[in-house]
Design a protein around this ligand. Structure first.
Ligand code: GLA
Length: 385
């Protein structure tokens, strides 16, 4: 495949001045914990989005997408208006967030090239936001703490796109470490440590092919409100609680009569996911991968029955994972309601596993799924050309 520099030269007739690259991410454990100030285990993948730019005079910007050949144009004077922006809104949103922080950038011609599957649950949007952000950082000398780039990306999702998501996606895209999981804490907003990945196992991604949408009156936003509602009620009994992250299973049980059934189940998922992240980290430290795999199955079951963010296609894939040889754990990954599932599979069986699950999925749904044997890559980078 052509590289972004050559494509850029072909399209704009000049070389780019900077090229940034930001990966997609996999949520390994810690589902819907990030906006509850909780903890997660995640990884950056080696599928990434590249963003190249060259500064131009004036106020008009152009953006070209080499995936589908589309071009978007917009003015820096009209950056807060998302109307008609399409995919370029993830870039305009970053500029809008920078402006809100008192940071102005100059006009540019930009282009993107990406291997992160779209709307699948590997955070193609975060990869685009972070690659654009890093390109702006380098070109326009923006000096802000690294974690603020994740906050900028979150601001794009929350304020520009209307999805009240947390920091997990952008954070993983920025701070991912090659061949390791990162353990992140979204109260202190930091990577606490890296966690060794089990040798001899591959992370296989299987797409449910169900597209999700987190914006507006979405299931995602409704879940977030239920979590916050549950937390507010638990606070009346335990004033020290600041977020669901502070609630133990015991506290939740003694608060049960304060909550309606929906709130109770959503809170239970989040509380137990945080517990699974702690336990899962201990298990990986000890090298007990099989027990870690079981936690992935447990997490999915909790998504299915408590958080209600699975769907029949995802449930089918996780059931298959229990019968196809080689898999020791699987769950939906990311927001849910469609998107991807992750499967921890013995390395030497991974290729065969993909073939079998593709066949089973086709028989069940009539739909061709896509699978990826993922490599865990490093976080965002940028280079001056
Ligand atoms: C999406 C959101 C993240 C996180 C996950 C669920 O990926 O963007 O902030 O909430 O869902 O854990």
């Amino acid at each position: 495949m052509s590289n972004i520099k050559d494509l850029f030269v072909e399209f704009y007739g000049v070389e780019p001045t900077v090229i940034a690259k930001a990966p997609g991410r996999l949520e390994i454990l810690g589902n819907h914990t990030d906006y509850n100030e909780g903890i997660t285990l995640s990884a950056a993948v080696d599928q990434a989005t590249e963003f190249a730019l060259v500064p131009v005079e004036g106020r008009e910007c152009r953006l070209h997408d080499f995936r589908d050949g589309s071009t978007k144009e917009f003015s820096l004077d009209n950056i807060d208006d998302p109307t008609g922006g399409g995919w370029a809104n993830y870039v305009k949103g970053v500029i809008s967030q920078l402006n809100k922080r008192g940071i102005e950038i100059g006009a540019f011609n930009g282009a993107i090239l990406s291997t992160v599957p779209l709307s699948a649950g590997m955070s193609s949007s975060a990869a685009l936001e972070m690659s654009a952000g890093f390109a702006f950082k380098e070109q326009f000398n923006i000096d802000i703490p690294k974690a603020d780039w994740a906050r900028i990306g979150q601001g794009v999702e929350n304020e520009y796109m209307g999805a009240n998501t947390g920091l997990l996606d952008q954070f993983s895209s920025l701070f991912g470490e090659k061949d390791a999981l990162i353990y992140s804490d979204f109260r202190t907003v930091e990577v606490v440590r890296t966690v060794p990945l089990a040798h001899g196992y591959s992370i296989v991604v299987v797409n449910s092919m169900v597209k999700h949408n987190f914006t507006g009156e979405s299931d995602y936003n409704i879940r977030r409100r239920l979590c916050e509602g549950a937390c507010a009620k638990i606070q009346t009994k335990f004033p020290e609680v600041k977020a669901l992250r502070d609630v133990s299973s015991e506290m939740l049980e003694t608060s049960k009569e304060l909550l309606d059934q929906e709130e109770y189940l959503k809170a239970k998922h989040v509380v137990e996911e945080c517990e699974r992240v702690v336990l899962g980290t201990e298990l990986l430290d000890k090298g007990d991968v099989k027990a870690f795999g079981q936690l992935l199955f447990d997490s999915h079951e909790s998504s299915r029955v408590n958080f209600d963010n699975s769907c029949p296609e995802l449930d089918f894939l996780i059931e298959q994972a229990k019968s196809i040889p080689g898999c020791i754990g699987a769950r939906l990954s990311g927001g849910g309601f469609g998107g991807i599932s992750i499967h921890l599979v013995e390395e030497d069986k991974a290729e065969d596993y993909c073939k079998q699950i593709i066949t089973a999925f086709k028989l069940q749904t009539g739909v061709d799924t896509e699978t990826f044997i993922c490599k865990v890559g490093a976080g965002a980078t940028v280079e001056n050309i």
